[in-house]
Design a binder for this molecule. Structure first.
Ligand code: NAP
Length: 348
């Protein structure tokens, strides 16, 4: 097998997700960043001068002096990770795919295209088969779901497989970094909770039906369980905490649920992918856990922390789930998608 790294570009490299891509890819065994691109405001500048870097690790030396390019499909790379603003992501990503690039996107624009996988590598790796149906020539588009959806579905997938999901209700407490940079004004969020995140509830109520849908070789047949979401912005920097209530088709015991969570593993673990968490779900028995500040970084920020499984008077069970929104829910999740594509020969 070739040990040469695949050249990758970051679209939206100066943003909140873009910075995470750069941090996570700085010493990656499969990928090497050769291009960074952003808006006209940043293009032409050195990366270190264009970005308002706010991560606790320094800008990697190999990236600091790269010149930021425009988001045009003439970059020296074969794969682009997109952390673009949704206002422009749709057309830019399509232009890259049509010009032979493999696009892995965090933006919402292509998530519901019939031929585009909405991928969580542990949950629906078979949906990568949709790439064969795409009409981008040598290029392709794969999308990463909404950050809150990813955490919730990693916890729900083993329950769906074992017992069948009937209904879900979820209330989220979402971190500030999910709103990008500079995001929510400090005067809006200090001493406060905002009970609205534009578009978020609709994403959480629709994306799971595609992700847990059945790929029949040509298209995804949407899952039909009912789901209701209420999304809140809270004064946490990173890490979305969610309270989930679930009704299952075949009601299991709590021990059965704990057992399927403990044993849940999938293709990223089987392939030993570099960013794959060794164990995707960490269950905490302490009543006060999981908590964003304490548990968002478990296993490189790629595992989800689950706790407080208990009976529910309305549904069968309720529990809490926590995941790192810019790692598992964005850049890290997208890189894991690309790692899976690479070992399956889909990035050539
Ligand atoms: P952000 O911090 O606002 O960054 C947006 C990026 O897009 C910046 O690099 C910006 O470049 C670039 N951009 C804006 N307008 C552009 C234009 N006209 N042409 C080219 N580039 C342009 O946003 P973010 O939080 O990183 O989110 C990026 C995407 O990921 C969004 O679609 C978001 O919904 C999604 N997402 C975010 C999270 C999260 O936790 N933050 C999680 C999942 C998905 P300049 O710096 O040059 O303006």
């Amino acid at each position: 097998m070739s040990t040469q790294k695949i050249k990758v570009g970051i679209l939206g490299a100066t943003g909140s997700v873009g910075q995470k891509f750069i941090q996570l890819l700085s010493d990656h065994p499969f990928f090497e960043i050769t291009e960074v691109a952003a808006s006209d405001r940043s293009a032409g500048k050195k990366y270190k001068d264009a970005v308002n870097w706010f991560l606790p690790t320094p800008i990697p030396d190999a990236i600091a002096n790269l010149t930021v390019k425009n988001c045009k499909p003439n970059l020296d790379c074969g794969v682009v990770f997109s952390g673009l603003d949704a206002n422009i992501a749709g057309e830019v990503e399509e232009a890259f795919a049509k010009n032979g690039y493999h696009v892995i996107s965090n933006s919402k624009n292509h998530r519901f295209d019939k031929d585009v996988p909405l991928l969580i590598p542990e949950v629906n790796p078979d949906h990568l088969g949709l790439i064969k149906v795409q009409n981008f020539g040598k290029g392709s588009i794969v999308t990463n779901p909404n950050c809150s959806t990813i955490g919730m579905l990693i916890a729900l997938k083993p329950l769906d497989d074992a017992f069948g999901i009937d209904q879900v209700n979820v209330v989220t407490m979402q971190a500030l970094s999910g709103a990008g940079y500079p995001g929510v004004s400090s005067l809006d969020i200090i001493d406060n909770v905002i009970p609205f995140i534009g578009g978020e509830e609709n994403k959480m109520e629709t994306e799971p039906l595609k992700i847990l849908g059945n790929f029949n070789g040509k298209e995804i047949e949407l899952s039909t369980f009912k789901i209701s979401a209420s999304c809140n912005r809270v004064a946490v920097v990173d890490g979305h905490l969610e309270s989930v209530q679930v009704k299952l088709k075949n009601k299991p015991s709590k021990e059965d649920i704990l057992s399927v969570w403990k044993n849940f593993k999938s293709e990223p673990q089987e392939y030993h992918l570099p960013l794959a968490p060794i164990q995707p779900i960490h269950y905490f028995f302490e009543d006060k856990y999981p908590q964003p500040r304490l548990h968002r970084d478990i296993d490189k920020g790629m595992a989800v922390a689950v706790g407080r499984l208990r009976d529910c008077n309305l549904f069968d069970y309720k529990f809490s789930v926590l995941s790192h929104n810019t790692v598992r829910g964005a850049a890290g999740g997208a890189i894991l998608c690309a790692e899976l594509m690479k070992v399956k020969g889909l990035l050539s």
